[in-house]
Design a protein around this ligand. Sequence first.
Ligand code: TRP
Ligand code: SF4
Length: 406
Amino acid sequence: MNNVLPGQPLRVLSGMRPTGRLHLGHYHGVLKNWVQLQHQYECFFFVADWHALTTHYETPNIIEESVWDMVVDWLAAGVDPQNATLFIQSRVPEHAELHVLLSMITPLPWLERVPSYKDQQLKLKDKELDTYGFLGYPLLQSADILAYRAGVVPVGEDQVAHVELTREVARRFNHLYGREPGYEQKAEAAINKIGKKAARLYRQLRTAYVEQGDAEALAKAREILENQQNISLGDKERLFGYLEGGGRIILPEPQPLLTPSSKMPGLDGQKMSKSYHNTIALRDDPESVEQRLRTMPTDPARVRRDDPGDPEKCPVWPFHEIYSSEDTRQWVQQGCRTAGIGCIECKQPVIEAVLAELAPIQERAAEFSRDPVLVRNIIAQGCKHASDIAEETLAEVREAMGLEYT
Ligand code: TRP
Ligand code: SF4
């Protein structure tokens, strides 16, 4: 299945909830990946403030405080507004419109069986999450993705089911609305616009695919279409859909791009997370970063300096795995097991590496914090661009759903 709008550059979309300042877990788990992707794809990154409200509706102040801090953290980490579109979800109301339209065709059980629904309700027991918004939030995510017809969605393991739901919803939408009245005639008319030779070839290849399942023919026919400059996008989509016997692909199915799960541990060996109070925030000052690394727990077997230890039982070791060279790691393995080095000594290279990583980030964060107008302008421009793109999709969706009254 072609999962992107054929002939278009691949779009990437991802969002992050504004629920606090970002830490090294976000940096290693998400931001570094975004920074790379922005050079490879047309990227859209947004502040998922409506998503945050689905679980934090009782504490809107947290969201409010976190939005600009989070944007500054993105910029500081190297997300570049020249290379990616940065925006805030609630400032692009097309997300809400598409959500409501998709809700019309989404069977309730599809939402009820999304694993995160029950999981999160259990995990966040102290919150009342028996809400309409919470149940619908994966569909809001589908709207986020489909509004941009994103081909690629970088997500963690826990979000793959949401992309899968998005694919199902898109498929259902195309099935219901991709078959416009007179579809076949329109497709035939479109074929006649691509030139005699190409048209004949297209017909042959389509027959080969539809009748004999010849995948090579399908690929060739797609190639012909991709090279067509003279037909409208609508006709192009029609012809791509027609190739496979189906209708027009109005909402292409996205693919998840699994972010290699971050090995970033917290200061106590658990996953780094604000709720465990074991984080190093990107903007923690160097003295406290140093202090907290210096005092983080080590293998409990090393009570005295000359007790040998085992790096596998020590929360410092995963930091070495991220930050240290092979040589340093050898030195740790050897020194720890023979009590040849002390724990403070062992932590020193980690402390230096973390501080070196944070220094340029903090420098940029300081610059952007000093210039809130610049940050607001970046977001205003991003919202405008995002809205223009989403509007193109919504125009087609409205039309397909019979809402373009004249
Ligand atoms: N649901 C995601 C999370 O909680 C954030 C998110 C919202 C998102 N919309 C998205 C991620 C669209 C990728 C694509 O982390
Ligand atoms: Fe942990 Fe290093 Fe101390 Fe070993 S020497 S217990 S790896 S801090």
